[in-house]
Design a protein around this ligand. Sequence first.
Ligand code: PNW
Length: 487
Amino acid sequence: MKIKHPVTRRSVDARQASDQASSQPTNTRTFPKGFYWGVGTSSYQIEGAWNENGKGVSIWDTYTHKPGNIKNNDTGDLANDHYHRYREDVALMKEIGVNSYRFSIAWPRIFPEGTGQANPKGLDFYSRLVDELKAAGIEPFATLYHWDLPQTLQDKYGGWQSKDTAKAFADYAGYIAEHLGDRVKHFFTINEFRSFVEGGYQGFDTQVGGGKVLHLGGAPGLKLSNGDLNQVRHHAVLGHGLAVKAIRSRGRSGTKVGFAENMRIAVPVIETPEYIKAAERATRELNADFTTVMLEGRYTEEYLKETGKDAPKFTDDELKTIASPLDFVGINVYKPNTYVAPSDDPLGYRHIPINASHPKMQSEWHVFDPQCLYWAPHHVQSLWGAKSIFITENGCAASDVIADDGKVYDSDRVMFLRSYLAQLQRATADGVPVSGYFLWSGQDNFEWIYGYGNRFGLIYVDFKTQKRTPKLSAQWFREAVRRNAVV
Ligand code: PNW
């Protein structure tokens, strides 16, 4: 209901102010000064050039070349041809206005055999990319492992089944810090421990037509027992810790390092202190194998009890290495993993089922709830006292098409970003130290076992012609970045 006021000089001023407000909202949700706004990609998903200029074969080259592993038998052989088009891609990012970019380095481009002789042409590509970014005013954030392990290390050691792979990873990480550390100040060691370990070393079976069962997951396509899988988890976090140490000793003094994990997120059903405590406890236990051990230097009692005879074998020294001090914590946040309520049992929480009608984004795993982007960084601060947190991935797939006017109207992605980012802003307003946000993804790309069907980009890519078309969401994101606020 509108309330009428007598027209006085004062209310006229007020009316003018409110007219302005309607065209330019004044209650925008502003992010902290110096906030990093970026987009993310990974080497195998965009680069292509899988066998050019001395690059070694990666486990994803091997895996995608085997028919039946990937939807439509898509491969990353060419992908977005970013290896040759990186200048155009940096220019497109500059147009969106981002001040940072999270990309990953393909280990087999640098060390074709995983260890030993470096390939100077591999390093040269990333060096040129970094120069191009810096010239465009975009801060480079490099991920060292986004799943494309050199095939040689798979053949020789069984990949992450062996500590030798963790050691080789640290050598490679130190080499990169030494050679790019003059211009790259931020490194993420490993991307999504859980995804590549569980997908690649155990995977899952799925029924296909004619009673046939298909084994899916990702490279290297193994099917290990639970005990062996837990040992792989341990070697992955050990690799992270060894890499942190190598980066500290071989990088520059200002070099900063952390990890990027898709931690499981428990959301309190109701925001009361009891529910929030329950959600924190659940988040700590649900991530016992990766985030918790990296930030606490111990496996929780509950994890060791639950895994029993399948628990990983480890030493105290290894735990110390795994929990090497970090400069920031990176988390990939897409969905809540569970809703929880307080409980009287010793764990202090219970899971609430997610209703079958709960809204989802296009990916069948993608439960929609913006609250997770509030609670994830909140838990990381309250559980582990993190001083700096990056949202290393957030975004969604959508059924994007080129409209008759040549544009891409991804209204659902705009809705997704607006509502998720509003919750992230709420966290920063509450004092949660979030330093930056990387939207997944800068462009549509090779979405692992789903091939090119699942489009996550701000920029639409026609994979036949390599034509790039910024979507409506790119326009929306540009405005958010420009105002440093959710609009
Ligand atoms: C991440 N889930 O994977 C990866 O880091 C990216 O390479 C990938 O393209 C992106 O997210 C989109 O999928 C995920 O089931 C895989 O919740 C699975 C889940 C989340 C992220």
